[in-house]
Design a protein around this ligand. Structure first.
Ligand code: SAH
Length: 351
């Protein structure tokens, strides 16, 4: 079979690999061994599968490929953050980031090549959405960062955030399949509680996630709790306004009983007034929640500028007065364009 027409074996379930083995007169249980090599041991080629006979390995090579990401370029920030340009099997590139803190090693990973949403403050939004990532491409980003954690910090990966490129809820099935592998004992065995999916907030998908019984955490990129303003920054709000989001979040909380996190950037002159804070407080009372105030990472000299410290101070004060937990997040990896919203394959564009 020509290389280009061979199927990626990681698109097959263990049952399907079992059926394949039966069809070539091989023992079905071998599928379990192959599955373990493919996921738990992250084998990049069939030759590594030493508990299979040479002839079985040769047959597998004839029939399948193992598509694997390759970290093409790795940049290290002064603060220890690592940004990876991740090359996919078809030559496309996404970015992933390792964020080290005293207690954690966090992997920030991508779910799509580019993004179809048009959040005006985000660099990824300027890239056309090219395609969804496959489950193995999402999984491999995590494995690569886990290895970097061992290699550069001598510490295990503790957390995963879907805050890289793309909108995870527009690639729902593949994101869920990847998380199943990341959390499953046949994969990385990580706790779902250590995973956070960040979304612009697509109401029907938030409801679906709750109904599907997912165990990971949910973060919503809110940025304003006033419809007219949010619609300006984030066009998705025009078709999915805050009332619909609130409905979905109530459904989420009723089923999961888990707090949601609101990610929020305060911009000068745009959402830095008392009325903005009050609207946020009101929104936060809909279901138990907490707020992460994120530092703005400029993507150009345009309309968005980080608000004055006094405005951030006002948010913190009023939220705390209302017993809403709030954290002010420092930006990481800014010097290498690895911070939130800066992922845009710049290294590729300038090469
Ligand atoms: N599509 C998803 C995940 C990718 S964005 C989402 O929207 O949540 C990850 C986070 O970075 C989001 O909270 C987003 O609002 C934030 N972000 C985007 N651009 C930013 C910027 N320039 N500065 C700071 N945060 C930004």
């Amino acid at each position: 079979m020509a290389e280009a027409t061979k199927k990626d074996i990681r698109q097959l379930s263990v049952e399907q690999i079992g059926e394949y083995f039966e069809s070539i007169g091989e023992k079905k249980f071998r599928a379990k061994q192959v599955d373990e090599w493919l996921w738990k041991k992250s084998a990049k080629d069939f030759d590594q599968m030493t508990n299979l006979s040479l002839s079985t390995r040769e047959q597998l090579k004839k029939d399948f490929v193992i598509n694997h990401i390759a970290v093409d370029d790795m940049q290290r920030s002064n603060d220890g953050t690592i940004k990876n340009a991740v090359k996919l099997f078809d030559g496309m590139t996404v970015e992933s980031v390792l964020i080290p803190t005293d207690k954690r090693i966090t992997a920030c990973i991508s779910s799509q090549v580019g993004c179809s949403l048009d959040c005006h403050f985000c660099a990824t939004a300027r890239l056309k959405r090219m395609r969804n990532l496959n489950p193995d491409e999402i999984y491999d980003q995590v494995v690569a960062i886990k290895e970097q954690g061992d290699q550069f910090f001598g510490r295990p990966l503790t957390n995963i955030v879907f805050m890289g490129m793309g909108e995870p809820l527009l690639n729902y099935n593949n994101v869920i399949a990847a998380i199943d592998k990341i959390t499953g004992d046949k994969g990385l065995g990580m706790s779902a509680k250590r995973i956070t999916l960040s979304t612009v907030g697509i109401p029907k998908m938030i409801k679906k996630m709750a109904d599907d019984g997912v165990k990971f955490n949910l973060a919503i990129s809110l940025h304003s709790a006033i419809d007219e303003k949010r619609s300006q920054f984030m066009p998705i709000n025009q078709s999915s306004p805050l009332d619909d989001l609130a409905d979905a979040l109530k459904h989420w909380y009723n089923i999961t009983k888990r707090k949601v996190t609101y990610e929020y950037v305060v911009w000068k002159g745009l959402n830095d007034k008392k009325e903005d804070v009050e609207a946020l407080v009101k929104f936060c009372k809909i279901i138990p929640s907490k707020v992460n105030l994120i530092e703005y990472n400029p993507i150009d000299d345009g309309e968005f500028q980080q608000a004055a410290p006094e405005a951030i101070g006002l948010y913190v004060k009023v939220l705390e007065e209302n017993d809403i937990s709030v954290t002010v997040r420092r930006s990481r990896g800014k010097d290498i364009d690895a911070a939130c919203g800066q992922l845009a394959n710049k290294s590729e564009a300038t090469n």
